[in-house]
Design a protein around this ligand. Structure first.
Ligand SMILES: Nc1ncnc2c1ncn2[C@@H]1O[C@H](COP(=O)(O)OP(=O)(O)OP(=O)(O)O)[C@@H](O)[C@H]1O
Ligand SMILES: [Mg+2]
Length: 590
């Protein structure tokens, strides 16, 4: 009694601790994807059930066959034999058909989950997302999504099929000789016992294994994209050792799992043997005492196999439910992060169309912002900019220049204050992810993507002609080196802008931003790798362009400041406008 009480307390504790509730929530999430495929699931279930029926029929026919041979029963040997062969062939076809159908469905679900997660990742709040390593995101997106799609469709059908297998075989046993039922049930307590031990271990192992895979994938990804740094610091040996360490940890964990599985299989196998042999012994005894025929005994032996198989399959469904829900939980972590609000996209599009030709102003008023880590960057920051202006943002490293540009792009959400775009007719639009279409951005660092130069350019303006691309490259002083390349604008750029110098990549990045022809251009130290002459030439070209662009540049370079209409210093969490004298000082002090 006290044991039962303990058990009840244990399960109640689990329910209260939210573990079961969590699993239920994850299960519902999984089926929100799978439910679309209910027809396929029914189809899959029917196929599985017919497989079971065929297996039962073949037990029955084999009984007849043995009984005919042993003269216990009259019947046509050839005909019964033919039926048996027919059933065997049919069952091969059914099982192949089932596996074809299930792989089709699982690939469909896999694609759907992955494209959904992919989209979700892209619209997730950027700062929340940066808490995850890209390797971790990649593992969740690939392995966890696959785990779900592989299991999701087969789960309910398999449950139904195995229950059906169990009860139908059991009914047949009882129909022909109820005493056999005892032997058939012999294995069940063992199977249940095994699955209970497996349950907790599986859950832990699953979580550890997922975390480990994510760590490895992050490590590899980071290593491969920083080979130059690793070589330069002579870290090849260290990194190789680190990988080996990770691999050995992974190996140990998997082997522990493997040992666990082996023990389970050995015990379940022994139980299976015990069940088979005791059924066998009991069968011989029953035949010997003349209660049943040889055929019936053959049938029982095959049914006892079916029953043990069904019980084992049912008990193995518990660990697989755990691994499915673990994966679901890992994907839900991502999906449930705060998401960006694109609800004003159409309005912003309309606003842009109305005012593209006259340009827009930007007003930032008393903006507050702190990173989630707690670093307060702005408190009451204000500035403004208008078409045809170049606004300079200066300040020491780490003051918040890049952060301000991220706020303008709504990559970060301001905590207080007012940030809006306004047009000459007085209409305004608050900054939000929907207003990103007003901006072109040249970020700090090399941000060209792999593909040709033209492809990179057309990423931001799909219908750009070659002439337009060349024009933008010329404005950014990039065409002089691009034109010398063998393939011109169709030359390949490697991953992360590889194959070009830092300054060349910067000019390509500026050209890309200019091609987009947005009313506001943000340049984050965008000309830092250029020599002074080229830098001034690029900025003059941008200014000379008749397009009513507002240009916001962050810089440490004094040469740029003389070209600015206004310069703001980012200091003490605010933006202070600098006087002519202050700017001159700044230039002199440089
Ligand atoms: N993703 C982030 N999470 C937390 N804090 C950040 C993050 N990015 C920047 N910070 C912090 O915010 C402050 C402002 O950083 P920011 O990158 O805006 O400086 P910056 O003026 O652009 O510097 P630099 O001239 O070196 O580019 C710094 O103290 C920095 O440590
Ligand atoms: Mg910066």
């Amino acid at each position: 009694m006290s044991y039962i009480g303990e058990r009840i307390d244990f399960y109640m504790g689990r329910i209260k601790s939210g573990r079961v509730q969590e699993m239920w929530r994850q299960t519902k999430w999984i089926y929100s994807y799978a439910k679309k495929y209910w027809i396929a699931m029914i189809f899959y279930t029917v196929l599985g059930l017919s497989g079971t029926v065929v297996a039962l029929l073949s037990s029955l026919v084999s009984k007849d066959l043995v009984d005919i041979i042993t003269g216990h029963q009259a019947g046509e040997l050839a005909k019964t034999f033919a039926i048996m062969i027919g059933i065997a062939v049919f069952s091969i076809v059914i099982s192949q058909f089932t596996s074809y159908a299930s792989s089709w469905i699982s690939l469909k679900v896999n694609n759907e989950i992955r494209s959904h997660i992919f989209e979700k990742i892209l619209i997730t709040d950027w700062e929340s997302l940066t808490n995850y390593h890209t390797g971790d995101l990649l593992t969740r997106w690939s392995s966890d999504a696959s785990a779900i799609s592989d299991g999701v469709l087969s789960y309910i059908p398999n449950l139904i099929i195995n229950l059906f297998r169990f009860f139908s075989a059991f009914a047949m046993v009882i129909y022909y000789d109820a005493t056999f039922a005892i032997f058939a049930l012999l294995g069940i307590p063992f199977s249940l016992l095994m699955s209970k031990t497996l349950l907790t271990r599986m859950q832990n192992n699953n979580q550890k294994s997922a975390a480990m895979s994510a760590k490895m994938s992050g490590f590899n990804q980071e290593t491969f994209s920083n080979i130059q740094t690793i070589k330069a610091f002579d870290l090849v040996r260290l990194y190789t050792e680190r990988l080996k360490q990770l691999q050995s940890d992974y190996l140990n964990m998997r082997m522990e799992f493997s040992r666990m599985s082996i023990w389970t299989s050995i015990i379940l196998g022994m139980v299976g043997l015990l069940v088979s042999y005791s059924s066998y012994g009991w069968g011989i005894y029953r035949v010997w005492s003349g209660v049943i025929s040889y055929g019936t005994m053959t049938m029982f032996l095959s049914l006892s196999g079916t029953l043990t198989g069904a019980v084992n399959s049912l008990s193995s469904m518990i660990p697989s439910a755990i691994s499915l829900t673990t994966s679901a939980g890992r994907l839900m972590d991502i999906i449930e992060m705060p998401q960006e609000d694109y609800s004003r996209l159409d309005e912003a599009k309309h606003f842009l169309e109305m005012h593209r030709d006259s340009g827009v102003s930007l007003t930032i008023d008393s903006l507050d912002y702190s990173y989630q880590s707690g670093t307060e960057v702005f408190h009451g920051a204000s500035f403004e900019g208008h078409p045809h202006e170049i606004i300079g943002l200066v300040g020491p490293s780490g003051e918040g220049k890049t952060t301000m540009l991220r706020l303008l792009l709504s990559l970060l959400p301001a905590h207080a204050g007012d940030a809006k775009i306004s047009a000459a007719d007085g209409s305004t639009l608050p900054l939000s992810p929907s207003t990103r279409q007003f901006f072109s951005y040249v970020p700090q660092g090399n941000t060209m993507l792999s593909g040709t130069i033209a492809e990179n350019m057309r990423n931001v303006k799909p219908d750009a002609t070659d002439e337009e691309i060349i024009e933008a490259l010329k404005l950014a002083c990039a065409y002089d080196f691009v034109s010398k390349l063998k393939d011109g604008i169709n030359s390949e750029i490697k991953e992360r802008g590889g194959g070009f110098s830092e300054g060349q990549a910067q000019r390509l990045s500026i050209a890309r931003a200019l091609l987009r022809k947005s009313p506001i251009l943000l340049l984050d130290e965008a000309s830092s790798a250029l020599d002074i002459t080229t830098e001034r030439k690029v900025l003059k070209n941008i200014m000379a362009d008749t397009y009513p662009r507002l240009c916001i540049v962050t810089t440490h370079r004094p040469t740029v400041l003389t070209l600015c209409n206004r310069v703001y210093a980012i200091r003490d969490k605010a933006c202070d406008i600098l006087s002519e004298d202050e700017i001159e000082h700044l230039i002199k002090d440089f």
